[in-house]
Design a protein around this ligand. Sequence first.
Ligand SMILES: [Cu+2]
Length: 299
Amino acid sequence: MIRRNFLADAEAAQKYIDGVKRLKDPAQFPWRGRNNLSMYDVFVFWHHQSMMMMTPPSQSDRNAAHSGPAFLPWHRYFLITLEGFLRRALNDDDFRIPYWDWTADAELSESVTSPVWSNSNLGQFAGSDWRVRLEMSLRTGDLRETDRSLQRDLGGGQLPRRSEVRTIIHDQSAYDVPPFNSSSPRGLRNLTEGWIGPERIHNSVHVWVGGDMSLSSSPNDPVFFLHHCNVDRIWAAWQERNPASGYLPDMSAPDTLQFHRIDDALYSIFEETVTPGDMVDYKRYYEYDSLSDLADLGT
Ligand SMILES: [Cu+2]
């Protein structure tokens, strides 16, 4: 089953919109034991918790899902899990999350005018119906209950360009390199996550959308999953381009890299064990309608 471009497939786009609205409704998908919270809100909680779990606890850079090798497999697992819930919400076994190709919007003279943000698309979530129920407190950093509309501040900085994404995929031969954190000097993971490099790929998109997307509770904005679907597509294109380069590090890495080594359990709030290694073969779950826009694949 195929993950498609949100702006090129109106049916996939509408299903995504319908699906997240159903998942967000506590009457249809309650978070058991939490009044007025839904299964969608579980994903907000899960993402926030991952950022609170420092790996190891003795430092404040790498956490269970960011600033380390697990960044890509953890978010792949996160999206696959949401995708399963959306299939149930839509009663559609073939549904796959679409991606937002922000490199296309980067080419517009005014990226904020992209139809992604029209009221028939994601613009509607900034209205009054979509309620943010869990938010990160800017004062304490903790997650707290609230009841307000979604906040965005579109247009901060520059969206990443396709040429930069292609350069990273073509130039980076290693998945990740020591010290396996935000200061890793090269490697697909740190350049894609965007702690280094001229365009700060993944991070700059969070900044560009702004508002709720700049918090640990960023999955409150449904664009989070469309953004991360495109980030995942970068990893997929790199995998196809570099079939001999595998995930790093392996289990010979020290315990300080727990949650990030290939056979470690990724941080989850569900009772299941999924490892980075389990996430490598993404074609068990989905394929992308296009990777050749991101890499020369020689086919
Ligand atoms: Cu994240």
